[in-house]
Design a protein around this ligand. Structure first.
Ligand code: CP3
Length: 337
């Protein structure tokens, strides 16, 4: 939390996006026979899965085990997470009439989230819990396409061709996302991350016009709590400045932009999170450490604090968990003040 606020830290803190999940044998064991979305609704199981990578890797933060589509499911959208595919929406959102299915989210829709966060905060003690949600653009891409998409063609067709419908869709999603984050913060989450995983597919002008207002609305909605707000997307090199200006305190960076360059794009006053290429973890330990040291060096542009070490995107299921554990120890040692 101190690194998020540019305060002095004993060492660079580290956690990994998707640190909980299929890279861990203990996860595969407890998930056996339980569908993904159902597992997100069982507080004891959520607690166990969230804690697994903290115990194993000694990371400096826990990320709440859930999924970006959980709030959509909670308001009655017919969505499922298909193994190896991702979220699939039975009836995509394409018209103004479809929007009526996106009703506001109430805390009572997600009692299992409140309960799981409470259990976790008790158990984690001083280790912070990061809550999260999907940002309006990324959620819209799943809702409009009906599932994962490479080119986001239906999404962009609506954004360019039906701007009023698009704005109304993103505004509704901003409300749902804000409510979902508030539930997690009020239950005790120390920080939040807004994942706009697929927004890197947009040019800066389109982002500014068609997406930034909804993301700003989300950040504004939770500003009053004073918890650090992290914002991340993949391939967002050209958007980093705007994503910071949308209201993030910490901007997540993928591996394509060195952190010293990202610091210039984001400007003073914001911390950075990232940005080791996840694929580096498949190389021998010496190579991992060389690349991790490069990340730490580039982050020195931020001064003595304001860097949270992470991967440039999520942990992959085929990664060796021991390589991640070794990386945490290395960052703690090489990033000591
Ligand atoms: C785009 C997105 C999704 N979900 C999420 C994002 C944003 C992050 C990113 O950019 O990767 C966010 C997410 N999903 C999950 C977490 C858990 C917390 C953590 O990071 O440890 C988080 C933060 C669990 C999950 N979410 C999912 C899994 C795998 C399902 C399983 O274990 O059966 C987990 C552990 C499923 C999911 N859900 C989604 C995808 C693309 C997939 C993968 C599909 C597949 O490859 O099988 C949508």
């Amino acid at each position: 939390m101190r690194a998020c606020r540019h305060e002095p830290v004993p060492h660079t803190p580290v956690w990994f996006m998707r640190q909980a999940g299929r890279s861990l044998p203990e996860y595969l064991k407890v998930r056996e026979g339980i569908p993904m979305l159902e597992s997100c609704m069982r507080p004891e199981l959520v607690k166990e899965i969230t804690l697994q990578p903290v115990r194993r890797h000694k990371v400096d933060a826990a990320i709440f085990f859930s999924d970006i589509v959980v709030p959509l499911k909670a308001i009655g959208i017919d969505v499922d997470i298909k193994p190896g595919i991702g979220p699939v929406i039975a009836d995509p959102i394409r018209t103004f009439a479809d929007l009526e299915r996106l009703r506001p989210l109430e805390p009572d829709d997600v009692p299992y989230i409140t309960e799981a966060v409470g259990l976790l905060v008790d158990e984690l003690g001083p280790t912070p819990l990061i809550g999260f949600a999907g940002a309006p653009y990324t959620l819209a891409s799943y809702l409009v396409e009906g599932g994962p998409s490479k080119n986001h063609e239906n999404t962009k067709a609506m954004m360019y061709g039906a701007p009023d419908l698009w704005a109304a869709l993103l505004d509704r999603l901003a409300g749902i996302t804000s409510a979902f984050l508030k539930v997690q913060i009020e239950a005790g989450a120390s920080a939040i991350q807004l994942f706009d995983s697929w927004v890197g597919s947009l040019a800066p002008d389109d982002y500014r016009r068609s997406v930034m207002p909804a993301s700003t609305k989300v950040f504004d909605a939770v500003a009053g709590y004073g918890v650090p707000r992290i914002h991340f997307g993949v391939g967002t090199g050209e958007l980093l400045g705007l994503m910071g200006r949308a209201g993030a305190d910490v901007v997540g960076v993928d591996w394509r932009v060195p952190l010293n360059v990202a610091a210039e794009r984001v400007g003073p006053g914001k911390a950075l999170q990232g940005n080791l290429d996840p694929a580096v973890l498949f190389a021998p330990t010496r190579a991992v450490e060389t690349k991790a040291r490069e990340v730490l060096h580039a982050a020195q542009a931020l001064g003595s604090s304001g860097h949270i070490f992470n991967l440039g995107h999520g942990v992959m299921p085929s990664m060796d968990p021991d390589a991640l554990t070794r990386l945490v120890a290395f960052v703690h040692e090489a990033g000591a003040r």
